[in-house]
Design a protein around this ligand. Structure first.
Ligand code: ADP
Length: 294
């Protein structure tokens, strides 16, 4: 039986006069792998911060059932981190364990082993002494993941973990996320790429200030729900794609409908190698336009 980990009840958050979340209610189960989607300004980051208890709701609450707030790890958007600070990969990743070890305590050999394992999981072995300002965007994202793994938290909150990184890094980091979920962790990630959500996330929450839908990805990502959330779309790269016929034969009907309407072309795994370039172009060139009703 699944146990509720996070109970969001009537959550309403204002920034001064600006409404960011409007009476959102949802239960997130222990061990869930959940994508949070919605157009820009939909309240996704506000939801993540509310779960972290960083924001005081104007109304409603977020209850963490049987969760020690220390056991929540947060992966911020990478641009929020000042990488000019002179610090090595080893030092930066080790900081993930501070919640467990305390700031001043020396690392013991167990934690040294955790550090090595974390770097190995994100394919960054040998990078220990590199300064973080010398890393590429994808390498730095791996470092952020390693730091999160060091925290060994029960709930992982990831804010746009795949923003501006290449397909290879995305695939590898998605594998890290899958392992975390298989180890019983609850994973909640803000994701912009709807194809990625469709491929990897069993559950999805669709926000547009209000909660539009929450549940199994195929029932949430319908044309109606996406339109209700304010998604409008087009894809200029489709003319490159010769595989127009049956392009969604491998996905469930609702998601296929949504993606057809989105004019987005998911590439079946079997076609991945041959079509990888097209797939990358297609995904990158999806535009999401948000309409705001005042
Ligand atoms: P998303 O993550 O979906 O893009 P956010 O949660 O960041 O959305 O923002 C939701 C709304 O709240 C937006 O209209 C945004 O402009 C506003 N907002 C977010 N943070 C602040 C802030 N610190 N001060 C004022 N308004 C904010």
């Amino acid at each position: 039986m699944m146990h509720t980990t996070i109970n969001i009840a009537d959550l309403t958050v204002y920034y001064r006069d600006s409404l960011a979340l409007d009476r959102v209610s949802a239960s997130i189960q222990k061990g869930e792998l959940l994508a949070v989607i919605g157009p820009n300004g939909a309240g996704k980051s506000t939801l993540i911060k509310s779960i972290m208890q960083q924001l005081k709701p104007s109304c409603g609450c977020v209850e963490l059932a049987g969760v020690n707030p220390k056991s929540i790890a947060y992966l911020p958007q990478s641009h929020q981190i000042d990488r000019k600070f002179p610090i090595s990969v080893r030092e930066f990743v080790s900081a993930g364990a501070w919640k467990r070890t305390g700031f001043w305590r020396q690392f013991c050999c167990l934690e040294e082993r955790d550090l090595e394992q974390a770097l190995e999981k994100v394919n960054l072995k040998g990078f220990e002494e590199r300064q973080i300002n010398t890393l590429s965007g994808g390498q730095f994202q791996r470092v952020l993941f390693a730091r999160m793994l060091m925290q060994d938290a029960d709930i992982l909150l990831l804010d746009e973990p795949f923003n501006a990184i290449d397909a290879q890094t995305t695939e590898e980091l998605m594998e890290v996320i899958n392992h975390c979920q298989q180890a019983g962790k609850t994973v909640i990630a803000v994701v912009h790429d709807l194809l990625l959500v469709q491929r990897f996330f069993p559950n999805t929450m669709l926000l547009a200030t209000q909660l539009i839908a929450h549940g199994k990805t195929e029932t949430v990502m319908t044309v109606e729900n996406l339109a209700k959330a304010g998604y409008q779309y087009w894809n200029q790269a489709v003319s490159n794609n010769q595989n127009h016929e049956n392009k969604h034969a491998d996905v469930t009907p609702n998601v296929a409908d949504s993606l057809n309407a989105l004019n987005v072309y998911p590439i079946a795994d079997a076609h991945m190698t041959r079509m990888e370039k097209v797939s990358e172009v297609s995904i990158k060139e999806v535009r999401v336009r948000t309409t705001y009703d005042s």
